[in-house]
Structures are given as C-alpha cells and as structure tokens.
Design a protein around this ligand. Structure first.
Ligand SMILES: NC(=O)C1=CN([C@@H]2O[C@H](COP(=O)(O)OP(=O)(O)OC[C@H]3O[C@@H](n4cnc5c(N)ncnc54)[C@H](O)[C@@H]3O)[C@@H](O)[C@H]2O)C=CC1
Ligand SMILES: O=c1[nH]c(=O)c2[nH+]cn([C@@H]3O[C@H](COP(=O)(O)O)[C@@H](O)[C@H]3O)c2[nH]1
Ligand SMILES: [K+]
Length: 502
C-alpha cells in the first residue's frame, strides 16, 4: 500500500518566528551572514564560504554575466544557466572571471570610416556616449581614437561625416598601458580631467576603459566574493546528459562551482554524473545536486558525492510542475526534513553538507524563515529577475515597467536558440510559464534592504549568525485567521499602493 504522510506539507507563509531574548549585542551591524557553500569536514573550513546566503537561479531569464558580477560584488554567487550551448555558457563564465572591477571592456566600437549616422545608431542601441574607434571596429582592435558626445553637434554635424574627422586621434589621446592599477588610472583621470581612460596593450590594442564614474565602486562593496586571484566567483549549471563535455569546458573556463540543474535529483542520472565528476577531479571540482524534498533524496545525493544539496520541487513562482506532474512538497516541510537529515549526517559522518532552499520565496521574511528552518543559503529566481542586472528586456506594460521572467521548463526556455539538451525530440508538455515581474531597479539597493530585514529579524531571535539562528529559532504554524490578523486590517488604507507593497 502507498505510504501516506501523516502531516500536510506546508509552506513559508504558514509559519512565523517567535522572538527570543536579544542582548544589547544583538544589533544588525554585529550580524554576520557568512555561510558555507560546499561541504566540509568537522573542524575544517569549507573551501568556499558565501558572504551572504544568496544565489541566483540557474535560469536564462536570471543568471547571465551581469547578474553574476553584481551578485558576487555583494557577496553571493550566480549559477550561469546551462540551457545553452557549452561554448556560450563557458564564454559567459570566462568573461565574469576576466572582469576586473572598474576595468570595462568597450561595448561601443566603430571603424574610422564609419559615419556619424552609424554612431548615432550605435548610441541609441547601447546607450553609451563614449565610443572607441578601432582598426577593425571590435572591442579589442588597434585603437585609432575615441569619439564622445562633445565631438559632434546634434542636427549641425552632417550625418555622413566620417568618424575619423570627429574622433580625438590616438596621437592626442591620454591613455594607459595594461597593468596599471585602478587607483593609478583614477589619478590619471583626475589629473587630465577625463571622463574615460582607454587602456591598451603593448601593440596599442584596446583592452578596457576606466570611467570616471566607476572608479570608486569597489570601495563600496566590502562583502565582494573573490577567489584567491581577486576575481569574482561564479557558478554554472550542468545537466545529466552532456556532462562529460560540459564539465571539463566549464572547469577550464574557471567556474568556481557547478550545480546539476534538475527538477528532481533522486535519480541514477545524478548519481552517475556526480560519480563521474568525482572520479575525474576528486575534490578539486565542487558540484551541487538536486532537487530533493525528503531525507532519502538528501542521503542519496550526499552518498553520491554532492558538495551541497538543493531542496525544492514545484514551489517556484513560474513552476507548474505540481499541476502538470503532481509531484512536489510544501517548501517549509521539505526544508525542515532535509535540514534534520543534514544535521544527523553531520553527527554521524562528521561531514557538513550545506543545503539550499530553492524557489518559492515571495516576501523578504520568507528568506529569514528559510534560513531559520535550516537552509544554509537560498536560490532565488523571481526576486533577481526584477533587477536591472537580469538578462531580460525591461518592457512597459500598461504604463508600468516590467521585466520578463520565464521558467526553464517553459516552451520559451526550451526553444531558446533551438537548443536541445538531447532529450525527447518533440516537447511533450511544459512545466513552467512565461511571465512578467515588476521592474525593481538595481540589485544592490534591493538586496541591501532585504538583507537588513534578515539581520533585524535575526536580532529579534537573539542570533548573530546563521547557524545560531538555526539553533535558536522557534517556529509556529499560524492559523488562517491569524494570518489576517498579521496584515493591516480593519482600517481604510490611505494609499491603495500600500496594500500592494511587499
Ligand atoms: N525546482 C523545480 O521544482 C523545477 C525545476 N525545473 C527546471 O526546469 C529545468 C528542466 O528540469 P528537468 O525537466 O527536471 O530536467 P532533467 O534534465 O533533470 O530531466 C528531464 C528528463 O530527462 C531524463 N534524463 C535525465 N538525464 C538523462 C540522461 N542522461 N539520459 C536520458 N534521460 C535523462 C530525466 O529522467 C527526466 O525524465 C531545470 O532547469 C529545472 O531546474 C522544472 C520543473 C520543476
Ligand atoms: O516547475 C518549474 N518549472 C520551470 O519551468 C522552472 N524553472 C525554474 N524552476 C525552479 O524555480 C526556481 C525559482 O523559483 P522562484 O522564482 O520562486 O524564486 C528555480 O531555481 C528552479 O528550481 C522551475 N520550476
Ligand atoms: K526519482
């Protein structure tokens, strides 16, 4: 006979935290959000520790290069989506690793024989007014000059004027050689009253620009997640089919950590994939697996060699897996069971395998609940999709700005670049939707606000770090009427917008 769980499976909104004793030490500036990303032995340190418990979802509409840089700058990590050809995924990883804060590869470039109308079209497309003029019109061609908006007059300069007549030629440019530090570049910018400083190699091929407005950006980011060579850290998604080609390519590109991306991880496919990676690389390559929603699934992946385990089936905002396939479990119940299994495994084996709560986080307090329920870190899709740094278009829908957000199991994701992961030739059914999410501006501002809420709640619970929160947290299930009590009620809101605020 089928096994029937006695308890219903529950989700975040069905729980609240009961505050604990807070000493005067419990203030947000004293709270650390550092958390392990990969497994470690008792008494040792994990080889990668996140500075904030946040990862961005392995999704086309979430984790591209810009997201990876922005999140690493704040102390978390992105997993570049794997639903793309190996070459393009590796190129994204390489570009994140090659990125040097403040040194920006030029994305607006022309040839000297192009015209002002080409320049205007490029400016409209990219939005930048500093344009490099290179021999071959690429971002790494030999630098011939630079044009800025001060070099031409709208509606006066004829549109067919060639660029070489407008640009400041190389001979008159202030530039610097590769190898210069950011603070030296900055000194030069101030000394010569420049807006941008081109950086070239020995053959005068363009490498980067340093812009006046960017130079002090990294002073503002004390939590930056960097590797031993001071490069941003970045993760990448893999699948259980082409891993023998994809994993070596990603490793060569410099990916810091991998994660098998699947709706369901309790499978021989994942065991085979993990075993192969561990056979080839031992402990050198870190790889997470999932998703699971119970103790059995966790233990299976732990024994198969996973460096972390991802929890969550069907709870994501764009997920329709539960409706389509009838599999899944309330995220809170899944998390509580897997966290218990992780703790028991640590007791028995002396190996701590971090768990990640993936999907279903809607309100900021859900983040704190997930951590309190035992998650070492979180994976979010919808949350990050709303920011400037997600790879999708910002569109105006009926007067409000929106960003596009689609599931990896949606037909949109599967049709992308007509890329086939080697499964069924024809798409049998979809497990995700294509949607809009309200545009929310830059990642940094939003994330800092969410983190400050987490820290503040941790203080209410008397916890100065995540593992303390997990030990001290006391959770209560709330009744449906007490949920109503928890919102604004029995008052007439003055600003109807407030009722929509999260
Ligand atoms: N977290 C969630 O609740 C959900 C997530 N998703 C997302 O959608 C995307 C696709 O997920 P899935 O469809 O689960 O992908 P998947 O690649 O894990 O599985 C698809 C199908 O292929 C089979 N398969 C896997 N490896 C194979 C191999 N080597 N040879 C032959 N068959 C193999 C699996 O058994 C399964 O039937 C992922 O990005 C995932 O994260 C989709 C649904 C739910
Ligand atoms: O059922 C699904 N169909 C899909 O098409 C799909 N795409 C992503 N995911 C999962 O959802 C997570 C992101 O969830 P949130 O938007 O709630 O943060 C992600 O991290 C995934 O675990 C999917 N689930
Ligand atoms: K299974």
């Amino acid at each position: 006979m089928a096994y029937l769980y006695e308890e219903p499976s529950r989700t975040f909104s069905e729980y609240l935290l009961i505050p604990g004793y807070s000493s005067t030490e419990c203030i947000p500036v004293n709270v650390s959000l550092k958390t392990p990303l990969v497994k470690f032995k008792k008494g040792e340190e994990p080889s990668i520790t996140l500075n904030i418990p946040m990862t961005s979802a392995i999704m086309q509409s979430v984790s591209g290069e810009a997201m990876a840089k922005a999140l690493s700058r704040e102390g978390g990590i992105s997993f570049i989506y794997g639903s793309q050809p190996i070459g393009s995924q590796c190129a994204m990883v390489s570009r994140v690793k090659a990125f040097k804060a403040g040194f920006v590869p030029s994305d607006s470039n022309l040839r000297s024989e192009d015209t002002l109308s080409d320049l205007i079209a490029l400016k409209k497309k990219k939005g930048h007014s500093t344009i490099a003029v290179t021999e071959d019109g690429t971002s790494s061609g030999k630098l011939l000059g630079v044009v800025s908006s001060r070099d031409w007059r709208p509606s006066r300069t004829p549109l067919d004027t060639p660029i070489y007549q407008l640009m400041t030629p190389f001979a008159n440019l202030v530039y610097a050689k590769e190898g210069i530090t950011l603070s030296e570049a900055n000194d030069s910018i101030w000394e010569h009253k420049l807006n941008s400083l081109p950086i070239v190699d020995e053959e005068n091929h363009l490498k980067y620009f340093v812009f006046r407005k960017d130079y002090d950006c990294h002073k503002d980011n004390p939590d930056e997640l960097l590797d031993e060579k001071k490069r941003y850290r970045v993760g990448a998604g893999i699948n259980t089919r082409d891993y023998k080609e994809r994993v070596p390519a990603l490793v060569a590109s410099g990916a810091d950590v991998l994660c098998i991306d699947s709706s369901e991880g309790y499978s021989e496919w994942q065991h085979l994939t993990l075993s192969w990676i561990k056979e080839q690389y031992g402990d050198q390559v870190k790889v997470g697996a999932g998703n699971v929603v119970d103790k059995e699934g966790f233990l299976f992946l732990a024994e198969s060699g996973a460096d972390f385990v991802k929890v969550g089936i069907g709870g994501g905002s764009i997920c329709i897996t539960r409706e389509t396939k009838g599999i899944g479990r309330g995220q809170a119940t899944a998390l509580l069971e897997v966290a218990k299994a992780r703790d028991e495994y640590f007791q028995e084996q002396g190996i701590y395998i971090p768990i990640c709560s993936d999907g279903g986080i809607v309100l900021d307090y859900h983040m704190t609940l997930a951590l309190a329920m035992g998650a070492d870190f979180l994976m979010l899709g919808r949350y990050f999709a709303r920011f400037d740094e997600s790879p999708t278009e910002k569109v105006n829908v009926k007067g409000s700005y929106m960003k596009e957000y689609w599931g990896e199991g949606s037909s949109r994701a599967r049709n992308w670049q007509r890329y086939d992961l080697g499964g069924d030739e024809t798409l049998s059914f979809v497990e995700g939707v294509d949607s809009y999410v309200p545009y929310a501006g830059p990642l940094k501002d939003n994330l800092q606000l969410s983190l400050s809420k987490i820290k503040s709640t941790m203080c209410n619970c008397g916890a100065l770090n995540i593992s303390e929160l997990q030990k001290k947290a006391r959770l209560t299930v709330v009744s449906s009427t007490s949920i109503i009590e928890g919102g604004a009620h029995d008052v007439l809101l003055k600003d109807s917008q407030d009722s929509l605020k999260k």
